[in-house]
Structure formats: C-alpha cells, structure tokens
Write a protein that binds this ligand. Structure first.
Ligand SMILES: [Zn+2]
Length: 197
C-alpha cells in the first residue's frame, strides 16, 4: 500500500478513459520519477486549461475564446452545420481538413442502455439554429454504430419539419466506425461522398 495521498491520485487517474488501475499506477510512478520534466509542466498545463478552456455556447466546441475560433471564423460557410457526437469527433473532422462549415456538438448519442434520451442531448438548440438558418445543410457525422444510426434517424424525423436539407456521411465509414479512429483519407472520402437523406 502506498501513502493515502498517492493512492488517491492513482484512483483519480484510473477513472480516466482507457486507464485502468495498473496503467494509472504506472503513470503516477512515471510522473513522480520525472518531477521537473513531466510532473510540473503537466500540473501547470492542467491548471491553465482548466482556467481558460470553456465550452462554446454556439457549437459546443472547447476553446479559450467564446464563441470559439471556428464559430467566429468569417471564412467558414455559414449554411452548413455538421452534427457530431462529441468534441473528439469535431477535432477528427478538423484534422482531416475536408470541411469548412459550422458544427453542432450533440454531447452524446441516444442510448437506451445508458439511459440517454433526446432530452439529455443538445437537440433543441440544433432545431432552434436550423429554424433561423433558412436553407441550411445539416450533415450528420455520427458513428456508424447502431446507436449512432438510431440517433441519425431520430434527427431526420425531427428535422423534417424544418427548411433544410439533411445529408449523412457516406458508408466509407466502416460499420461500427468511430470517427475519431478513422484516417484522414477515409474521413475526407466519406465527407465528399455524403448523400442527402
Ligand atoms: Zn463554436
């Protein structure tokens, strides 16, 4: 048993995505062995990010400025809104450099198993946006999983009453595909070959 303070830190680390107790322990030991080179810069960086980074009130992206640098970029197309599950997927699309419109982060996808219904997601704010953005194109860039497609179908139904076109990424995205894990080329193809639904 390590000191209680250390065990507490390890327990916090083990709650991070992809970390288990074993990798949490290794990470904490790594930091303690490299206090100056790794631990201190990490601590400083975490402090800065915690203080300065916030959720964009327009699209849901994370940035140090609100509205975020994407929403306030006048060179981006105002009438395309790409709907993504989370910020990781938004960043994946930005990395691929294929898309130059706006975003809307849902904050998750519908999941009966996890008790996530439409009220838990940023759907009403999407509909409000579409209502004032006449003739816009909504691009559903959701995971090619059962839950992702259930969410897409729900959104088609909701958007039907609005003056917009709805398109979805082509099936270049493999079944079960998580956007964040796709290579840039596949994502670019899926975007270019998107189809109206
Ligand atoms: Zn934004």
């Amino acid at each position: 048993m390590a000191a209680p303070e250390l065990e507490h830190l390890i327990a916090l680390f083990s709650k991070l995505p992809t970390m288990g107790p074993r990798s949490a322990r290794r990470a904490v030991l790594f930091l303690l062995n490299q206090k100056e080179k790794q631990f201190f810069p990490l601590l400083q960086s975490m402090q800065i990010v915690m203080e300065k980074v916030n959720t964009c009130s327009v699209c849901g992206n994370l940035d140090t400025v609100i509205p975020c640098s994407i929403c306030s970029d006048i060179h981006r197309l105002p009438h395309q809104i790409c709907v993504v599950r989370d910020v990781a997927d938004l960043w994946a699309i930005e990395r691929s450099k294929v898309y130059k419109g706006q975003y809307h982060v849902l904050g998750g996808i519908l999941s009966a198993l996890d008790g996530i219904g439409p009220e838990e997601l940023n759907i009403q704010s999407l509909l409000d946006k579409v209502a004032v953005n006449q003739g816009c194109e909504i691009i559903l860039a959701l995971p090619a999983t059962v839950e992702g497609q259930t969410t897409a179908h729900y959104l088609y139904d909701q958007l039907e009453a609005y003056p917009c076109t709805v398109s979805a990424l082509s099936r270049g995205v493999p079944v079960g595909g998580e956007l964040d894990y796709l290579d840039d080329g596949t994502l670019q193809m899926a975007f270019k070959a998107r189809r109206t639904v």
